[in-house]
Ligand binder design. Structure first.
Ligand SMILES: Nc1ncnc2c1ncn2[C@@H]1O[C@H](COP(=O)(O)OP(=O)(O)OP(=O)(O)O)[C@@H](O)[C@H]1O
Length: 619
């Protein structure tokens, strides 16, 4: 399947100024959808329109009445001229004229009322369709595997949720109903023009196929330009996201100017491509205007000849002139809709390819619920590759017994976090099995698995919300008392009470007002409130002051009690107290045992400990 999402590539992209020292890394991974337009992808949109079909049809029925009123108006004027103002017998009738005027007034009011109703109704339907689509996309994102996020930057995802969805908004809001209205109007007008005088009508109508022939040539170019435009916007979003998340590093390395320069470049690219797309789009307008002029010339030359020769009345001649605008209006609108369709096509391809992206590690169709576990973990001949050339784990065999605390140690890139990722089923092993209480975790529902595991990551994530909400994230059913109890058990209660509004203090993005240690304590409370059987801790390597360190140690002890605990360990105290230490090196399990045994073995572990200078600091 062509997912349309190409693997992420980060290039130090040489600009016009090759190898200029200020070139920064440029995200170029999200390439345009190159295949020719796939109607199937656009038809997908109809799945979202279908639930509102009844409402759309009701709106369309109203539109039909409105259009009839609009189409009838020039005919009434023509009849009024021929019967009331300039009748063949020369007897003009004010009474008849007033009747026609009243009829015109009634039709005008009817048309206005219907148009008001239609706009309100269709806007609402359109918004609902967009709302459904956005929700589907968001659901999809929430269920995507980490592999997906490895290759897709946040900015690109945001672009689909915002820009691409907005591009479809206009199309579904007014597009569908307007199209029905315009088709009704065109059929009505063309029928009258042909009935009144077939030859003249045909000459006027013949200009339309000409326009569509020209548009189909422009179509391809416009579509490519709109796609490029969306792509540039994705680059902008990706860069914005990077720039905001990495502002500290940017300022520390004084890269602000470089960042601005790069932003100027992609921002400029975006406006250039917009200019190109809109210039192509604008070409439709003179083409239509030219056609109107041609039609007016036809009417003046041939129409006046028909009036002169008595084939056509003056009323009908005026009728033709009026219908000219009634005829070109819908053609112009269809042209505009066509442009919206082109923008929508580019966006819908990107949205639906995203929706169809295989979610990676999903539940088996017959997945069962993992019963409450004791907490035995077993890795059986586990091999894991991030991609074909990157083997992160090589034949890992280990068993952790219920209630044990084990430490994973090894140099950077050894595979410790990968092991933990497999245990949470963020990724599935390429070979071998991960078992909990003897059950392969691929056979159970993600909910029943993950609800029994808590993970505390090194980079503690604090959500935008109160301290209470951040702790309760571990178990949304927890009461306020349970939240406080959890905070107390990890020694976070005291510092929380010292915050301006205690548990109700609003934490800014990434918990800006909390220290690293405090953020960790909040995440410990979040983990403990979930009451997991298995606890995974990716220990922070950051230096924390001794007072907080003491609290964290106490908190860790509280967290571990009665649970199977797997710690990606960096602190000597943690490693020394572990029931079992697993030493990883380049994805292989090379040693295992207790601290003293491993030291006596005088192998890699001992060297590792010495190298880290842990022994010197701790003994
Ligand atoms: N998302 C990823 N995509 C591709 N490769 C990855 C990914 N995450 C890790 N790797 C690679 O897999 C290998 C093991 O990484 P892992 O994060 O498990 O190491 P680690 O032992 O936890 O290291 P550290 O102590 O530095 O956190 C490394 O070579 C790393 O480059």
């Amino acid at each position: 399947m062509n997912t349309g999402i190409k693997s992420r590539t980060i290039n130090a992209k040489p600009s016009a100024n090759q190898h200029h020292k200020s070139d920064r890394f440029v995200y170029t991974g999200d390439s345009p959808v190159k295949n020719s337009f796939n109607w199937a992808s656009f038809v997908n949109l109809f799945d979202y329109i279908k639930p509102y079909m009844k409402q759309i049809l009701v709106a369309a029925a109203f539109v039909l009445f409105g259009t009839l009123a609009q189409v009838a108006a020039p005919a009434i004027i023509a009849i009024a001229i021929d019967q009331a103002i300039n009748p063949k017998n020369g007897d003009s009738s004010v009474r008849l004229l007033l009747i026609y005027a009243a009829l015109m007034f009634f039709l005008c009011v009817l048309q206005m009322a219907i148009s008001q109703y239609r706009i309100r109704k269709t806007n609402k339907i359109g918004q609902q369709i967009i709302c459904d689509l956005r929700l589907t996309l968001f659901r999809r994102i929430q269920s995507m595997s980490l592999r997906f996020f490895d290759k897709m930057p946040a900015g690109s995802i945001l672009q689909r949720l915002t820009g691409d969805i907005a591009a479809l908004e206009d199309l579904v809001t007014n597009g569908t109903v307007n199209l029905i209205m315009d088709i009704f109007q065109l059929i009505g007008v063309i029928t009258i023009l042909l009935i009144w005088n077939f030859k003249l009508g045909l000459l006027i109508v013949l200009t339309v196929p000409l326009i569509f022939a020209v548009s189909s040539i422009l179509r391809k170019k416009i579509r490519v330009s709109f796609q490029e435009m969306r792509l540039k916007q994705a680059y902008i979003n990706a860069h914005l996201n990077d720039a905001i998340q990495g502002i500290k590093v940017t300022q520390a390395y004084e890269q602000e100017k470089n960042n601005i320069r790069y932003f100027e470049r992609i921002n400029g690219d975006n406006i250039r491509i917009w200019d190109k797309a809109s210039a192509l789009n604008q070409l439709f307008i003179p083409i239509i205007q030219l056609s109107i002029v041609v039609d007016i010339i036809i009417l003046f030359l041939y129409g006046s000849h028909l009036v002169e020769t008595g084939v056509m009345t003056v009323g009908l001649f005026v009728g033709y002139a009026n219908y000219m605008s009634n005829f070109w209006e819908p053609v112009q609108r269809i042209g505009q809709l066509y442009s919206n369709l082109l923008v929508g096509m580019a966006s819908s391809e990107r949205i639906f390819e995203f929706i169809k992206e295989t979610p990676g590690e999903t539940e088996a169709p017959n997945a069962k619920n993992l019963a409450p576990i004791k907490g035995e973990i077993c890795f059986e001949q586990v091999v894991f590759k991030y991609d074909e050339n990157l083997v992160a784990l090589r034949g890992i065999d280990l068993t952790i017994y219920p209630g044990q605390t084990v430490a994973l140690v090894g140099s950077t890139g050894a595979g410790k976090s990968t092991l933990v990722n497999l245990l949470c089923r963020f990724y599935d092993p390429s070979e071998g099995r991960v078992l909990i209480d003897g059950t392969d975790i691929r056979e159970v529902t993600l909910h029943s698995l993950r609800s029994q595991i808590s993970i505390v990551l090194q980079d503690t994530f604090i959500f935008l919300g109160t301290v209470r909400e951040n702790i309760r994230y571990g178990n949304l059913d927890a009461t306020d008392e349970e939240v406080e109890q959890a905070a107390k058990s990890v020694f976070a209660h005291d510092f929380i009470l010292r915050l301006p509004q205690g548990y109700d203090t609003l934490l800014q993005e990434q918990g800006g007002m909390l220290s690293t240690g405090q953020k960790q304590l909040v995440s410990f409370a979040r983990a403990i409130i979930a009451n997991p059987r298995i606890l995974i801790l990716d220990e922070a390597t950051a230096n924390i002051d001794t007072e907080t360190d003491k609290h964290i140690q106490q908190a860790l002890n509280a967290l571990q009690s009665g649970r199977t605990t797997v710690i990606v360990a960096h602190r000597l105290s943690t490693i020394r107290d572990a029931d079992q230490i697993y030493v990883l090196d380049h994805g292989e399990l090379i040693e295992q045992g207790r601290h003293q045994e491993l030291i006596e073995n005088a192998g890699t572990y001992r060297k590792f400990i010495e190298m880290q200078k842990f022994l010197a600091a701790g003994e």
